[in-house]
Write a protein that binds this ligand. Structure first.
Ligand code: BT5
Length: 241
């Protein structure tokens, strides 16, 4: 494993891990890493998605997890995955041709030209009603994409962009550092607005775990707002299909 710093982030770079999130949780539990440490792996054997789903983790793509100690109410911790999505989209918008559509898909995906480029997995530990730590894990398809997935996937290379995992990570961190600090100082409103500007299917019909309705955006906690027959329902977890 190699260690170095990029800005305030200490990067621990591994050839291979089961999962950067799993390892970050283990290291945080043993107090082996500090806030803003990043675990970066060239490959994962057991990359994880939400609800214990699998994250396809081929070499050449980006897999990392950041340890955070947010001093915010537990109810606000979920907002961090929206900060990450906005940071990733900001970074990608500076790299890609403006014609290519970049979108945020609720709750935690970044889409390029309507296909899933990246996924975000937030895991947190709570002690006596307070947040002990958060592990923010992100996977970005740079060179390859899986075929057999529930929502079509894509990779950056197919759009003419050739970046190494480290280069993509640094571009993400440039944006994330600023947005995370803004969130700590001023709250979620600005992040939420940025996320909504590129929300996939905003004001359109969509289906969330079998429920049909019109997507009216997210609320202050990041819940999806689904309108049906004039009534708005809040959806806390689910998959948009
Ligand atoms: C996510 O879950 O999208 C969160 C993915 C987070 C992965 C990162 S990699 C670094 C860190 N360490 C980890 O172990 N995990 C994090 P979810 O919304 O549940 O989406 C998972 C679903 O996306 C799977 O069931 C597949 O259908 C599909 N999928 C799997 N691998 C994919 C890939 N590389 N690209 C696009 N879609 C994928």
């Amino acid at each position: 494993m190699k260690k170095d710093f990029y800005k305030k982030f200490q990067i621990l770079h591994f050839d291979n891990l089961d999962s950067t999130n799993l390892e970050a949780v283990k290291m945080a539990e043993s107090s082996l890493i500090d806030e803003f440490s990043i675990l970066l792996a060239d490959q994962q054997n057991q990359g994880r998605g939400r609800l214990n789903r699998k994250w396809d983790s081929q070499k050449g793509n980006l897999f990392f997890s950041i340890l955070l100690h947010p001093k915010q109410d537990l109810a606000k911790i979920n907002q961090i995955s929206f900060i990450a999505a906005v940071a990733l989209v900001e970074a990608l918008s500076k790299i890609l041709d403006g014609e290519i559509k970049l979108q945020n898909k609720w709750p935690n995906d970044v889409l390029l030209d309507g296909k899933k480029l990246a996924g975000i997995l937030l895991e947190s530990a709570i002690d006596k009603g307070l947040c002990k730590y958060v592990v923010l894990g992100i996977g970005v398809n740079l060179k390859s994409k899986p075929q057999d997935v529930m929502f079509p996937a894509c990779d950056l290379q197919a759009f003419g962009v050739d970046l190494s995992p480290r280069e993509m990570l640094e571009k993400f961190l440039d944006e994330f550092e600023i947005l995370y600090q803004k969130w700590c100082d001023f709250g979620f409103d600005a992040i939420k607005n940025l996320w909504m500007q590129r929300a996939f299917k905003l004001d359109c019909e969509l289906v969330v775990d079998g429920k049909k309705g019109v997507f009216k955006g997210i609320d202050g906690d990041g819940n999806l707002l689904l309108e049906n027959s004039g009534a708005i329902e809040k959806i806390l977890v689910g998959d948009v299909s």
